[in-house]
Ligand binder design. Structure first.
Ligand code: HEM
Ligand SMILES: *[C@@H]1O[C@H](CO)[C@@H](O)[C@H](O)[C@H]1NC(C)=O
Length: 412
């Protein structure tokens, strides 16, 4: 029989992809995850072509890691079984840096223009692609740490020269951007040179063969098709650094901004959006998973969406209003494996991935529009309207997301 473990999709890459979660029954498995029986793990022992190990409820493919393991081939003793007994002896492993080797980074990339169309509709015209809620995405990434590459190239990470201020990235077709050197060398900054996405080689559209991944920063800094890295005393001079991705006051017109007066966008502000609204009838709920999750007893509207804060700040709360902001309730934050960023600790600032959320509202409480707003762990909140943060480029549009209530009574 054996205990049942779950691993994400196929185990690929440096080690296993998205952190799998132990579920009570196979129906509750998140997407891209599957149950793995202990017998199957045993087969990936040192006589096999690929080596698997497990720790807790997660399974890891360590095949590519074996030649890189500082302790050498002795690691193969654990192949096909649990890491724990060995790590209890070789206690050098019981620290965060080693645990981090096991995990990929799950990070969200968000365009500075996400939700730009909402700003345009609620305020005035903006210049740029009129994005809805979809200029944002989340993936697991594998690569080498940029700070390790810089150290290897001779940069003194402990005490870099005073005049080193920025790291410039040059990509294909002259695209370029830069980030502050502190982010690049921060042990907890998790900046990667990524060659794999969701356990597969980086797709061409996502920057094959190599892209930068700057988690917590606006996606424009995660330069694709990377060709060159320059240590510099100044920011990139590209228009994407010096012009496009900046915010000015609501009064400033597109015709004469003082470009240098505003800083380039790096970390992004707290954001949230509703991505699904479903009306659910009570009699249809009785034995459904939704009814169990919410304990619903009456006709309800189920909302789902995402919330994301830049700079690695955690989302601490998502508030939903079923009536234009008069009354509020708290959405349930999904335990989607991405919630803690790289390190698994709620106390750090490494929440690199969005939190998905859902909420159910009794149909009788619904009137006017639904609103959503999120709060991050610095208690930053989203503005209620777009007017105060209007900027002619429509960047960082993060006012409350409002969606009309659905009127038809058809069950979904
Ligand atoms: C995926 C699983 C493993 C990972 C990610 C891993 C990672 C590492 C790392 C990062 C170090 C260097 C630590 C340091 O110098 O601070 C190390 C050293 C070492 N590892 Fe592992 N290890 C794994 C599994 C194992 C297993 C299963 C064994 C034994 C059966 C083992 C035996 C050793 C030994 C003996 C050293 C110490 C070498 C020395 O003293 O310099 N490792 N490992
Ligand atoms: C090791 O794996 C092979 C198949 O890869 C299997 O035939 C064998 O029984 C395994 N050994 C143990 C001890 O599980």
């Amino acid at each position: 029989m054996g205990i049942v473990f779950i691993a994400a999709g196929l185990a690929y890459g440096l080690l296993a992809p998205a952190p799998p979660v132990l579920a009570e029954s196979p129906d509750e498995l998140p997407p891209n995850q599957r149950l793995i029986r202990l017998d199957e793990i045993h087969e990936h022992n040192r006589t096999a072509d690929t080596y698997w190990v497990f720790r807790g409820d997660k399974v890891y493919d360590i095949t590519d890691w074996v030649p890189n393991h500082p302790g050498g081939e002795v690691i193969l003793r654990a192949a096909g079984g649990s890491l724990e007994p060995y790590w209890n002896i070789f206690t050098i492993h019981q620290k965060q840096e080693v645990y981090d080797v096991l995990e990929h980074i799950t990070a969200t990339l968000q365009c500075s223009g996400n939700r730009r169309s909402h700003m345009t509709q609620a305020s005035r015209p903006t210049v740029g692609l009129q994005w809805g809620v979809g200029a944002i995405g989340t993936a697991t990434w594998t690569g080498v740490r940029l700070r390790d590459v810089l150290a290897d190239a001779g940069l003194d990470l402990q005490d870099p020269d005073e005049d080193i201020k920025h790291l410039k990235f040059v990509g294909a077709e002259a695209y370029g951007a830069s980030i502050p050197i502190d982010k690049a060398i921060d042990r907890h900054g998790d900046v990667l040179l990524a060659f794999s996405m969701n356990g597969q080689p980086l797709p061409r559209d996502h920057g094959f063969p190599l892209r930068v991944l700057v988690p917590g920063h606006v996606a424009a800094r995660s330069v694709k098709w990377l060709s060159k890295i320059v240590i510099s005393d100044e920011e990139s001079t590209s228009q994407w650094q010096r012009r496009d991705y900046k915010c000015f006051g609501p009064n400033v017109r597109a015709s004469h901004p003082d470009w240098d007066s505003a800083p380039a966008i790096q970390e992004t502000p707290v954001q949230s959006a509703i991505t699904s609204v479903r009306r659910v009838q009570a009699d249809k709920l009785l034995d459904s998973a939704l009814a169990r999750v919410y304990g619903l007893e009456e006709d309800s509207v189920v909302l789902e969406g995402y919330a994301f804060a830049g700079g690695g700040r955690h989302i601490v709360r998502v508030d939903i209003s079923p009536d234009r902001g008069h009354t509020w309730l708290q959405a349930q934050l999904q335990d989607d494996g991405a919630k803690m960023g790289a390190s698994g600790s709620p106390d750090d600032h490494r929440a690199w991935a969005w939190r998905q959320w859902r909420a159910a509202v009794p149909a009788t409480q619904v009137s006017g529009k639904f609103c959503v707003k999120a709060t991050d762990d610095s208690y930053n909140v989203q503005p209620d309207t777009f007017e105060p943060t209007y900027n002619f480029r429509g960047n960082l549009a993060n006012a409350w997301h409002r969606v009309p209530v659905i009127r038809d009574d058809k069950p979904s």
